[in-house]
Design a protein around this ligand. Structure first.
Ligand code: PLP
Length: 261
């Protein structure tokens, strides 16, 4: 049977991040991708040149259209932009008793553009996070969600524990923003007590646009196919490692990850 996943996220006109990255990842991993757009961005490899959010009711209509018709087995959220959109997404997913939810807490693009309003962080943490099968923050996102500075491996664990206490079933803390020249190391922890690190050699490249979206979409695809979360995270780590290693030198800025690698 064909597995179906839904991504609730923003559009990147440059095709490297957001909905576009999610759908490409779903496709490569053999999952039929559906989407609910939260915002349109005018964007390329040089940065975000405009952000145009949809109304919360327009987001809700799209989710309903998908959920009423398709056997969705995993849902992913990416850029949600505002507290209003987050609340509508929460309400709608609860109504459908939506399957496994993978949250990529997208906040700020690499170039510095805000993809989540400051006042929406609280709604994301208090209202959406309790629905999460897993949340996939990078270090700056984890700092904002956990309300603490993260500098050491112990800090990473402490912040992961706080996110589990806030209601997520599992968390994968992406260590790529830490200043380690040799490795990119992520930490997986679950509320059920599982804990392991995922380590890969660090790839020194500027072509990393859309890596976060691609990683969480790869987790979503495997979960949609029925894989256990630990296995889904390991598959996603392998997928993103190769996608960065073979990154595409497209555009004048940060090129996108490579989904054909
Ligand atoms: N644009 C959209 C719509 C996104 O969802 C994301 C993902 O986080 C980004 C841009 C940021 O991409 P990056 O920071 O990898 O350049």
């Amino acid at each position: 049977m064909t597995s179906v996943a839904l991504t609730i996220a923003g559009s990147d006109s440059g095709g490297g991040a957001g909905i576009q990255a999610d759908l490409k990842t779903f496709q490569e991993l053999g999952v039929f991708g559906t989407s609910a757009l939260t915002a349109v961005t005018a964007q390329n490899t040089l940065g975000v040149h405009g952000v145009y959010p949809l109304n919360a009711s327009e987001v809700e209509k799209q989710i309903c259209a998908v959920m009423d018709d398709f056997p969705v087995t995993a849902v992913k959220t990416g850029m949600l932009f505002s507290a209003e959109i987050i609340r509508e997404v929460v309400r709608t997913l609860k109504y459908y008793q939506a399957p496994a939810l993978i949250i990529d807490p997208v906040m700020i693009a690499k170039g510095g553009a805000s993809l989540l309003q400051n006042e929406a962080v609280k709604a994301l943490k208090e209202e959406l996070l309790p629905l999460a099968a897993i949340i996939t923050p990078n270090i700056p996102e984890a700092e904002l969600l956990a309300g603490m500075k993260i500098e050491t491996a112990m800090d990473i664990e402490k912040a992961a524990e706080l996110l589990l206490e806030a209601g997520a079933d599992a968390v994968v803390m992406k260590g790529g923003h830490l200043d380690n020249q040799e490795f990119a190391e992520d930490l997986f922890m679950s509320a059920s007590g599982k804990k392991f690190k995922l380590r890969s050699e660090r790839i020194h490249t500027k072509d990393t646009h859309g890596t976060g979206c691609t990683f969480s979409a790869a987790i979503t695809a495997s979960v949609a196919k029925g894989k256990r979360m630990e296995e889904a995270v390991r598959i996603a780590k392998d997928y993103i490692h190769v996608a960065i290693k073979e990154g595409l030198h497209l555009g004048k800025g940060h090129g996108p990850t490579n989904h054909w690698a």
